[in-house]
Design a binder for this molecule. Structure first.
Ligand code: CTP
Length: 197
């Protein structure tokens, strides 16, 4: 994904007075969100380490990154030259990346902290139904569920969907810019915080 939704969230949260840190992957094409500290990472494991270095002090954790679920098992230290292909190179062995969102929710339990945890769910079919199941599986408080059938949302400047809450709330988010969607998400977080403090 482009990182646009995460950067929009950072900017709107900073405008509302939050102290914001963005842990971001490949986002070189985007302007750094105003008012936020940015920490650049190059892999899911680096992202996990940077988030775990901060999550227990956070009041709100929003995971908008489309983190890769898998990574190659081994990395070459230098360029692989043509002509050396053998069985070992004809396929790339993959291993699973850590699920950072689930890790953050597990750590909140372990450390008895109280951050509101928000995730995203990109679904191609039965978006709302799968989104609800994902919310439970991940242990988050809220999920912004996007329907991405037909390649929608990724790399675009608009978004829409539903914000589903672990308390059963369901808010429809009309098609709007990623800034408008960020406003809807942060409004929902503030309402959730007030209801659960
Ligand atoms: N996520 C994460 N770590 C991963 C993959 C995803 O923290 N390794 C987070 C994303 O930032 C997002 C949420 O999990 O907030 C859902 O991501 P999504 O790709 O929709 O779901 P998956 O966990 O990949 O589940 P599935 O592949 O079964 O749809």
């Amino acid at each position: 994904s482009s990182g646009r939704q995460g950067f929009a969230l950072a900017e709107i949260a900073a405008q509302r007075g939050a102290e914001v840190t963005v842990v971001a992957g490949d986002t070189d094409c985007l302007a750094v969100p105003a008012g936020a500290e940015i920490v650049k990472v190059r892999s899911a494991r680096e992202m996990e380490a940077e988030i775990f270095a901060r999550d227990t002090q956070a009041d709100i954790i929003i995971m908008a990154a489309a983190v890769a679920d898998f990574r190659p098992e081994s990395e070459a230290a230098s360029k692989l030259k043509k002509g050396i292909a053998d069985d070992a190179l004809s396929s790339v062995q993959l291993v699973e990346n850590p699920d950072i969102l689930r890790g953050v929710a597990d750590r909140r339990r372990a450390h008895a902290t109280t951050a509101v945890i928000v995730g995203f769910a990109a679904e191609t079919d039965n978006a709302l139904e799968f989104g609800r199941a994902k919310l439970k599986r991940k242990g988050a408080d809220m999920l912004m569920v996007n329907s991405v059938s037909g390649g929608r949302v990724f790399g675009e400047s608009r978004n829409s969907g539903w914000i589903v809450g672990a308390d059963g709330t369901e808010i429809e988010v009309q098609d709007g810019s990623k800034y408008e969607v960020a406003v809807a998400i942060l409004d929902a977080v503030e309402t959730y915080q007030r209801a659960h403090c």
